[in-house]
Write a protein that binds this ligand. Structure first.
Ligand code: SF4
Ligand code: F3S
Length: 112
């Protein structure tokens, strides 16, 4: 079991999540973070910390594609264990529809 980072992290990147993770399993790309599903211990403490409500349990509906997305990019991006400044225009992007296709060019996270 794991938690996953989903679409609303894109271009918000608040990074409150990394501060509470006991196993430092967040990885950082240019526009968002992901969780390594093989390292996450399913403690759930990061979920309520995200101001963008972007972290979900993999057991929630529709999360299979996001789990694949998190696994793919966790293997490609560097680890992040300390909070950084959010994206400069985070407030403008928070809650916006269509961020996955706009930034990653795919409608389905499993294909991104
Ligand atoms: Fe880290 Fe726990 Fe969140 Fe998994 S659920 S990413 S172990 S804080
Ligand atoms: Fe992203 Fe939320 Fe963490 S916006 S960086 S998942 S606090």
């Amino acid at each position: 079991m794991t938690y996953v980072v989903t679409e609303n992290c894109i271009r918000c990147k608040y990074t409150d999540c990394v501060e509470v993770c006991p196993v430092d399993c967040f990885y950082v790309g240019e526009t968002m973070l992901v969780i390594n599903p093989d390292e996450c211990i399913d403690c759930g403490v990061c979920e309520p910390e995200c101001p963008a409500d972007a972290i979900k349990a993999e057991t929630e509906p529709g999360m299979a594609g996001w789990k694949a997305f998190n696994a793919k990019y966790a293997a490609l991006w560097p680890n992040i264990a300390e909070k950084t400044d959010p994206a400069a225009d985070a407030a403008a992007w928070d809650g916006r529809d269509g961020k996955l296709i706009e930034v990653f060019g795919a409608a389905d996270p499993a294909a991104a």
